[in-house]
Design a protein around this ligand. Sequence first.
Ligand SMILES: [Zn+2]
Length: 326
Amino acid sequence: MLKELIQVDYPWLEDIWQQFSSQYLDAASPAHIPHAMLITGAAGVGKLALAVRITRGILCRQPSNEGNACGSCKACRMLAGGGHPDLVVLQNAEDSEQIKVDQIRELIHSMHLSAGMSGYRVALLKDAERMNTNAANALLKTLEEPGGRTLLMLCSSHPARLPATVRSRCQQLHVPLPAATLATRYLRSLDDYAAEDIQLALRLAGQAPLAAQQLLGSEELEIARNVQSQLDALALGQQVASDIAADWQERPPGDYWQWVLFWLHQGSSGQLDWPALSRISPRRQQDLYQHALRAWQRSGSGLRHDLQFQEWLLQWQSVAISAGRQ
Ligand SMILES: [Zn+2]
């Protein structure tokens, strides 16, 4: 994880990096680096990559006057290799949704060791909102009495889920979503993706480039597109609801409901030009959305999914066809 992030400086993070480095890492800067920072922003916008870039600037032995890491000193080489004795990276364990108190205690312990190489110790907490109550309380003690040259960076896409006491003790740094042109240019530079795939991936990812990047290589994109074209085919009477319902048995039902809801929301909020939907009256669009939402919420229960799908698809078909006739 760390290794990959060291190799790239994402272009849309440049501005925020410049702001940070000129304030705290510039050789002429009098400002002290804060002890704790909370890096916020959408999932897949590059919060961790920014934290890693800050870490590189801090741990490098010969940074430039502007605070950029040299890339060749021992510290930089160790980071590029994936590890550095003065850096701890923490996230929830694979078998758990939560960051637990023992993990935080270990992190606090390592923060209080004297720094080995650089005079600084850095800890990165990925998805910090996953800390359970005990873990957050343990961390709070460290935030109240920070050690000497230490920097704790909490990354979170859902900062509101963190206790207010934790939030208020951190300097906040928000990573905004990049302009669509910048995100598109970046995704295009990765591979020979079709322009419409890039657009769809960005839309599905809420414009977050790294989340869109993940979608581009995945089956998800294919499913999302299929769901919409199947709904179009139904609206034109070219397909039968029961066939689609049967097709949607391939994966967990929530996988399909989420895309049904996504497309309905995109279309009805005007973010997407979707003729099959836009002909339908707002009230009926709302009915369709509510029906799909209820079905999605019930999809974990023992009800037969094919029947749930079929019922909704028939409603969609009859509403869309009659709207098309008007
Ligand atoms: Zn260096």
